[in-house]
Design a protein around this ligand. Structure first.
Ligand code: GLV
Ligand code: MN
Length: 224
């Protein structure tokens, strides 16, 4: 006879693969334009009334180059649900990334999404670091796609002679972006220096110098 504990384990095993393969939850209605002002909080946003939906809710303009005058020489224009409420409940979103010559989109990860990007212009070194610290990289040019598996640290560096343009797509309406440098050196409140000096095996002066440089830099990205 199967014990109830064993039955519980078997049930969990049956359920786990389907939920861990999923991206954002499937919609249960045709359209659900996010009501960003709604007072209630759900996993996503409530839908605005269908009587208020217009054609503009289904379109979003990523045609403009972002402002590249910042320390990293990059601009990320996000098309997540906050900027483009039409993607609410659809499990997708798209960004626009511009990199000046020599510009970098510094090492970061997306906790809730894989990323698939198409390069439109320029020459860009794409790097991916696995959880085993294996480093994969390639120089990609216009017309090429690159894939970043969900949750892995990655970066893009413009190694060409013209500005880079690429459009990353995500299987989440709100992929989240966590920059490695900011999450250690630019938190609120700051992580105690003792944690960082002991982690990086350096003195306070090194940590203070990095903290000062990062907090004063214009990052050219608004993390969500
Ligand atoms: C690029 O990697 C991006 O996340 O926009
Ligand atoms: Mn990314």
């Amino acid at each position: 006879m199967i014990s109830s504990r064993l039955l519980c384990c078997l049930t969990a095993l049956l359920i786990l693969p389907s939920s861990s393969n999923a991206a954002d939850p499937d919609p249960l209605q045709d359209i659900c334009i996010a009501d960003l002002d709604a007072k209630i909080s759900v996993n996503g946003f409530p839908c605005k009334s269908e009587t208020e939906v217009t054609s503009d809710d289904f379109f979003f303009d990523l045609s403009e180059e972002g402002n590249l005058s910042n320390a990293f020489g990059r601009a990320v224009t996000e098309g997540n649900v906050h900027e483009f409420p039409g993607v609410n409940t659809q499990g997708i979103s798209t960004n626009r990334v511009d990199l000046a010559v020599g510009g970098i989109n510094p090492p970061h990860l997306h906790p809730r999404s894989s990323e698939s990007s198409i390069v439109i212009r320029g020459t860009v070194l794409v790097g991916i670091i696995t959880t085993d610290n294996v480093f994969y990289s390639k120089v990609v040019t216009a017309g090429m796609l690159f894939l970043i598996p969900r949750g892995l640290v990655h970066f893009q560096l413009n190694v060409g002679k013209e500005n880079v343009l690429f459009f990353p797509s995500f299987n989440s309406q709100l992929p989240g972006t966590q920059f490695v440098h900011s999450s250690l050196f630019n938190t609120t409140p700051p992580i105690p220096n003792e944690v960082l000096t002991k982690t990086f095996l350096v003195g306070d002066e090194v940590i203070n110098a990095i903290k000062a440089a990062i907090t004063s830099a214009q990052l050219g990205h608004r993390p969500k």
